[in-house]
Design a protein around this ligand. Structure first.
Ligand code: CA
Length: 238
């Protein structure tokens, strides 16, 4: 159970009722409050209307597919989203992350793994929202400004639209300027738990960050690749 006493609310959007039911049963045992939706349209409506702590979102859904639901929810809310993807559909995982999902889990999955992921994602979101008001702490990095209390990066005074994960990855690298980290290390440090080895998550997040931070994402000056090893951050020369 989480640190605050209110039970956490989870929305399950999954059209296979047998899967939805077994997830619901197991999560209720853990103390979560569950709402189920059985197609993408119903799921999207509930996601936008409700105040959920996390959404479990199947990809293959009638009416509106999981990617579209993810994209539309993300336009309005930063609620953690875990996508449920079918085995071997690697492209689904990457696309889900590109559309703003926080995590994904591949079917068939074990309940313990699912619950671990749910806890990790809710804990992370809680840490970010429950952080007490601090005086703003801003660090400059080249022509970027990282506001550590507001989880914001500004470029030439303009706030960039980073997801929390993108912010955390950039902050992690920027605070350790010059040190090269492997994708595995970044998964562990920034994603915060064992990620079952899909290092492509890091590449996708780096690519998105570059699109937002860099003048020319094809010729990055902030987040650099050390071929065969990983990524590092550097302050561009003035
Ligand atoms: Ca399905």
């Amino acid at each position: 159970m989480s640190s605050d006493n209110r039970s956490k609310k989870i929305l399950i959007i999954e059209d296979e009722k047998s899967i939805s039911d077994i997830i619901k049963y197991n999560l209720e045992k853990e103390g979560y409050e569950i709402t189920a939706a059985y197609d993408g349209g119903e799921g999207l409506a509930k996601a936008l209307a409700g105040n959920f702590d996390l959404i479990l979102l199947d990809v293959m859904l009638p009416v509106t597919d999981g990617f579209e639901v993810c994209k539309r929810v993300r336009e309005k809310s930063s609620v953690p989203i875990i996508m449920l993807t079918a085995k071997e559909e690697e492209v689904d995982k990457v696309l889900g992350l590109e559309l703003g999902a926080d995590d994904y889990i591949t079917k068939p999955f074990g309940m313990r793994e699912l619950i671990a992921r749910i806890k990790a994602n809710i804990r992370r979101a809680d840490q970010l929202t429950e952080e007490p008001e601090r005086p703003s702490e801003v660090k400059s990095f080249g022509n970027l400004e990282l506001d550590l209390s507001r989880y914001e990066v500004k470029k030439n005074g303009q706030a960039l639209d980073l997801t929390l994960r993108e912010f955390e990855l950039f902050r992690y690298l920027a605070e350790r300027e010059g040190r090269v980290f492997s994708r595995e290390q970044l998964l562990e440090e920034v994603w915060g738990y064992e990620y079952y080895g899909d290092i492509r998550t890091v590449d996708v997040t780096v690519r998105r960050l570059r699109e937002k931070l860099e003048d020319d994402p094809g010729d990055p000056k902030y987040i650099l690749t050390r071929r065969g090893i990983g990524y590092y951050c550097k302050r561009p020369e003035a």
